[in-house]
Design a binder for this molecule. Sequence first.
Ligand SMILES: [Fe+2]
Length: 266
Amino acid sequence: MVSPFADIASVILEPDPYIKCESVAQLHAQFDSLNFDSQSNEPSKEIASPGYPATLQLVAPRELKRRGIQSQQGRNILMHSIAHIEFNAINLALDAAYRFKNQPTDYYRDWISIAADETRHFSMIHDYLKQHDCEYGDYPAHNGLWQMAVDTQHDIVARMALVPRVLEARGLDVTPAIIEKLERVNDHLAVAILTVIYQDEIAHVDAGSRWFFYQCKQKKFEPRSTFMNMVEQYLHGELRGPFNVSARLQAGFDEFEMAAIDERYG
Ligand SMILES: [Fe+2]
């Protein structure tokens, strides 16, 4: 049985989208032959930046163009920004598996399986872009999406709180309105893709919630106050609402927690 940690790191660093997606599929298919039981307590190496296509220009969010989605170019810009989010989601799921050693096998199974889902999301959007004479790397993209991975690399509780339960949960809040806008301009393909992604992301946030609660239990932390403290500490109170309460309730938030979050940040 081979230790997969070094291989996972090299997939995170892989810049070519096709090779990255193919490598994730292999990790996923071979999961049962991988040995995640690490004998070493050596920390995983810091990854300052994952691999991105050489053509992709990373810029500050204020430099990103926004266009109305009446035009195909505007929709390409929107879908390109979502392709970038999905590409990062592949790397974030892989990093959850790479970075935190000595976890239950099911922890690694979940994150490798989520990484495989994210490659499917990325590929669906990439196919959409190619059908419209565009590909990943043609437009500039947000330079800050990896920062939370770096900020939480030392602490699995913070990682589970901040990446699935904040960043990915934000996707649940905003996606229904994007789908509605695309319905209004009759972009049926984009609507179909984002609907699949939205359903899958509920399960991903739920998995993040499960591992967040598992970690809290192991460490005897009270989960609700721990989550709120992490949000304060890492986001300085900048959790953005409004929140999609019904989706979040399906994704491992409970009613008391949502009421507290809504009262403080909604
Ligand atoms: Fe995704």
